[in-house]
Each structure stands twice: as C-alpha cells, then as structure tokens.
Ligand binder design. Structure first.
Ligand SMILES: [Zn+2]
Length: 251
C-alpha cells in the first residue's frame, strides 16, 4: 500500500492548524519528501515516519515557504546521528540558491555530516526525476513567479498515480502531469499572479480528467473563511477534498 501524507496543507502563512505545504510520498520501499518550508521533523514523528528512511527530498522552488526549514532539518538529522545519504532534487536554478543558503551555515564543516547529493533537473517537461522498484516521479516546469516544478508520481505496484501542481497559475504543463491521474493535489492560494483559485483548480482537474481533487496551499485556521472546495465543485464534477495537515491519501 502506498500513501501520500500531507504533512502541511497551508499557504505561505502557517497557523496552528496548518503548516506550509509539504508532503511525504511513502511506498513501503521508499519515502520521498516534497518541500521543506518548515522543519518537518515534528510532523514526521506524528506520522510515525522514520527520518532515516527518507532517501530523497524534492525542492520545488526557492520561496521560503518551500525551502526555509532545510538548514535546521539537515542539522537535526545530523545531530540525531543520520549516516545514510540523502539525494536533494530540484532545478539547477533552485539548487544553486539552496547551496548558497546552506553555505551561510558553513554546513560543509559539520563533522561527520551525512552525504548529501544534489540532482539538478533540466527545465523540461516530463523529466524523470526518480525511478525505483515502486515509484517513478516526473517533473515539469510550471508557471509561477520564479522557476518551479510540478510533479507526477506513478505508484508501480498499485498501478495508480498522483500529481502535485505546486505553486502555479493554471497551465497546460499541470494538465499533462495530471492526465487521468487518480489524485490531483492542486494549489488553491487564490486568483493572484503565479497562483490558482479553487475554481480554476477545478477546471484543471476537469481538463486533466483527474479522478479526485485535493486542494492544498490554501488559507488555514483563522484565515480560512469560505471553504474553497465548494468553489472547486462548481468546475469539477468529481470528489473535491480540502486537504488538512496529517491527512493520509491511500493509493
Ligand atoms: Zn511559491
């Protein structure tokens, strides 16, 4: 059984009810983390996931709500004795800046720090980011304020798939990533530059023929006024679920 665990479902402003959007993709064979706007350690413990088992971390783009927690996450895993290597995937543009951020902390001088390998992705559609026995991950550039990627996960054992738009305006690349997918996690920040409203997310899900739509990166806690899933139902006939922290989606 594979699962997507929504470690955080909030937009850039976290609340007691919602951390910034980050995900754990779990197949039994592999755990892949997507984004690190906050230190994920506490959420991982709540989800009963062993940080030692995380082999890969995908960083979608260099906005702080997607990468800001990385230095402390790496430091805490080191202090807790991690020795297993970690592969960090992202666009070359993203990883260059991530390395600059980590250099502020002189991370290369931390004694016995575990191996970190950077996998730089080209800005091309349907780039195979990762392939293992249980999982294939594709990345494609999406339409945000700076270079960013959306993702498609293919769960080989279950013959199921999921897509994640990340932060983007409605765009054809997400429709292609999400083609006939079982689960589309789409952002619903609102109708702003570089973002998508819930109604637009519904349109994308309809065009992609996705089976279910989960809204992420939306206002949470005191900032959540109208349920955005109602709005998405006006444009998408399938099930619409407002994702919340620690929600587990079974594939
Ligand atoms: Zn962003």
């Amino acid at each position: 059984m594979s699962e997507i665990i929504v470690l955080g479902a909030s937009n850039a402003i976290p609340t007691p009810q919602g951390e910034t959007t980050h995900l754990a993709i779990c197949t039994g064979e592999k755990i892949v983390l997507v984004d690190c706007g906050t230190n994920p350690l506490v959420r991982l413990e709540h989800a009963r996931l062993d940080f030692q088992a995380i082999s890969d971390l995908i960083l979608t783009h260099v906005h702080p709500d997607h990468i800001g927690g990385l230095p402390l996450f790496l430091m805490d895993m080191w202090l807790l004795g991690r020795q297993t290597p970690l592969v960090i995937h992202g666009l070359a543009y993203t990883l260059e800046r991530v390395e600059q951020m980590l250099d502020l902390f002189d991370w290369r001088t931390w004694p016995n720090f575990f191996p970190v390998e950077f996998h730089r992705l080209p800005e091309e559609e349907m780039t195979v980011l990762l392939e293992s026995d249980s999982l294939r991950v594709y990345a494609a550039p999406v339409r945000h304020i700076l270079p960013n990627i959306g993702l498609r996960f293919e769960f080989k054992r279950e013959n199921k798939s999921a897509a994640y738009s990340c932060d983007t305006e409605p765009c054809p690349a997400v429709i292609r990533l999400a083609q006939n997918t079982d689960v589309l996690l789409h952002e619903a920040t609102g109708n702003f530059r570089g973002h998508t409203s819930a109604a637009q997310a519904g349109e994308v899900a309809t065009q992609a023929k996705a089976k279910q739509l989960y809204l992420v990166h939306h206002p949470t806690g005191k900032f959540l006024q109208n349920d955005p899933s109602e709005e998405a139902r006006t444009t998408f006939a399938g099930p619409v679920i407002l994702a919340h922290d620690m929600m587990r989606i079974t594939l």
